[in-house]
Design a protein around this ligand. Structure first.
Ligand code: GLN
Length: 540
């Protein structure tokens, strides 16, 4: 019998509801229980693939090629489970399905309504995940904030499920904010009281409250107050404080007794919590003393959420290399007006991440040129890989005006171009080359040294490819293609062996980086920055 834990958020977004969800999952896992997680996103997009990361945050790609909300990335990183498209339910998917069924005559004679048709479909999708994953406990996080119009059908579906499942089979965790106003100097519980009131008005009574407190632990007095007004036990009010690394959060909540309380409330039969493995992972982050400074040079540079997986992958690589990683985001558009030198000189290494479109592209190309010619450790990801090809074509091969046709459709040297199957694409949603694909790695290369395998699988999200007409010339200029697609031979990894560390990948290795097992290219970059900084010779 599967149990369900619903996680909702109140007061405002960005409370770290996803982190609380991950922490609950971890608390259950360390007790030997099998969990899976679903993110419900009330927006009408069918998936996150067509959304601007600047507004919505990173698009996280799953093995099966689904373009997911970035919370799924956090779930995978914390819980070490591979999720599928079933684990992200959007209003867009639900409505699309119901409307299609209506057109097909699937509801003949009925008036199709939010209740019960939309809510039935949500419940059906949730139960499908249980069937597919065999989870003993399904965590269901609802995006947005209680009170949002779009979120109502999901919350209503949760309400129905709480009634339909047997008593004691479901739990509702509500995450809210407890601010401290400087002038008053004491924590304020009123926003929490209001958001719980809102929740109860739609028939949902929380069992557990997690108060996000940026300023420290919630004092007993405020805990009591929240418990009283929210109709929960005092011991069911927890604090989510600031932690670094974020992987500390499950430990912090466990110390407050949350794990045992969930087990008790849901009458679960877990084993004794064994945190030893997780503590080892977390301690590696603390043990690192020295730091390397890495610049991420991209377009959405101001907003850390756009590159969550890249940031996390760098931190994982730091923990494994024995150093902290200080990350700075640099908007490459600025390089088109001023020079690169002054800025990049201060960094131990540079990463040019994935991206789209013309804006900032010339600045990225200049960044790559600087790294190549000044031997700054460099990692290029996806667009960063394609623009490295452009840089080499222009500056090593002397192909004037060489470019990707994404930026310049009339370039005289289309060194990065669309393959015929991408030219035929009509709809833009879900039609890139997506998901986990096999890549052959050439022996005796940097890539092989990092991966230790001749066949790897990494996740992709791109339309453009290195143009086969230029492969030979690029290689003659000194580029080494150390990886290619096992499916069609397209180039996937580029390296420059004369540099201390210069690697670029067509795929996005950050999506598979985990705190206990860093992504090999990221590990290579961070380790090289650290070694070079300490004056160590290049290993190969
Ligand atoms: N814009 C490039 C392409 O579509 C790169 C995409 C990316 O960096 N994710 O191929």
């Amino acid at each position: 019998m599967t149990k369900f834990i619903f996680i909702t958020g109140g007061v405002l977004s960005g409370l770290g509801k996803g982190m609380v969800t991950c922490s609950i999952g971890k608390m259950l896992q360390v007790r030997g229980l099998k969990v899976s997680v679903v993110k419900c996103d009330p927006y009408l997009n069918v998936d996150a693939g067509t959304m601007n990361p600047y507004i919505h945050g990173e698009v996280f790609v799953l093995d099966d090629g689904y373009e997911a909300d970035m919370d799924l990335g956090a779930y995978e990183r914390f819980l070490g489970i591979e999720l599928t498209r079933l684990n992200n339910i959007t209003s867009g998917q639900v409505y699309q399905h119901v409307i299609k069924k209506e057109r097909e005559g699937g509801y003949l004679g009925q008036c199709v309504q939010i209740i019960p048709h939309i809510t039935d479909e949500i419940k059906h999708k949730l139960r499908q995940v249980v069937k597919y994953t065999g989870a003993e406990i399904l965590l269901v996080e609802c995006g947005g904030t209680v009170g949002d119009i779009e979120g109502l059908p999901f919350l209503e579906a949760f309400r129905q499920m709480r009634l339909e499942e047997h008593r004691g089979e479901t739990l509702l965790v509500h995450v809210t904010l407890v601010p401290v106003l400087k002038a008053v100097g004491e924590p304020k519980t009123k926003p929490t009281q209001h958001s719980v009131k809102e929740l109860r008005a739609i028939g949902l009574q929380p069992d557990i409250i997690v108060a996000r407190c940026e300023w420290g632990r919630l004092p007993e007095e405020q805990k009591k107050k929240i418990a009283l007004y929210s109709n929960v036990e005092e011991r069911a009010v927890f604090t989510s404080v600031n932690v670094d690394p974020i992987y500390e959060l499950p430990l912090a909540l466990e110390r407050e007794g949350m794990g045992d309380l969930i087990i008790e409330y849901l009458q679960l039969k877990g084993s004794k919590a064994d945190w030893s493995q997780w503590e080892k992972v977390v301690n590696r982050f603390h043990d690192a003393k020295e730091a390397v400074n890495i610049a991420i040079c991209g377009k959405y540079a101001e907003l850390a959420d756009c590159y969550v997986s890249v940031n996390e992958a760098l931190k994982h690589a730091g923990a494994a290399s024995g150093c902290k990683v200080n990350i700075s985001w640099i908007e490459t558009e600025t390089f088109e007006k001023s020079g690169v030198t002054e800025t990049i000189r201060n960094f131990d290494g540079v990463l040019v991440p994935g991206g789209f479109g013309q804006r900032g592209a010339e600045g990225k190309i200049r960044t790559i040129e600087y790294c190549r010619t000044h031997d700054v450790p460099f990692l290029g990801i996806c667009y960063g890989f394609q623009l490295s090809i452009v840089e080499i074509a222009r500056n090593l091969l002397g192909l004037k005006g060489a470019h990707s046709t994404e930026c310049d459709p009339d370039t005289p040297h289309a060194v990065v171009d669309l393959l015929p199957e991408q030219r035929r694409v009509g709809e833009l949603g879900g039609t890139m080359r997506l998901g986990s694909r096999p890549v052959v790695v050439k022996k005796n290369t940097l890539a092989y040294k990092l991966y230790g395998s001749e066949l790897i699988r990494e996740r992709h999200r791109h339309r453009w490819e290195v143009n086969p007409d230029y492969w030979d010339r690029l290689e003659d200029a000194g580029a080494v293609f150390s990886g290619w697609s096992a499916e069609g031979g397209m180039k996937e990894i580029l390296e420059l062996p004369d540099n201390y560390f210069f690697l670029a990948t067509q795929f996005h290795p950050e999506f598979k980086s985990r705190p206990w097992s860093p992504s090999p290219p990221y590990y290579g970059l961070v380790k090289s920055c650290f070694d070079k900084k300490r004056g160590m010779l290049k290993p190969i």
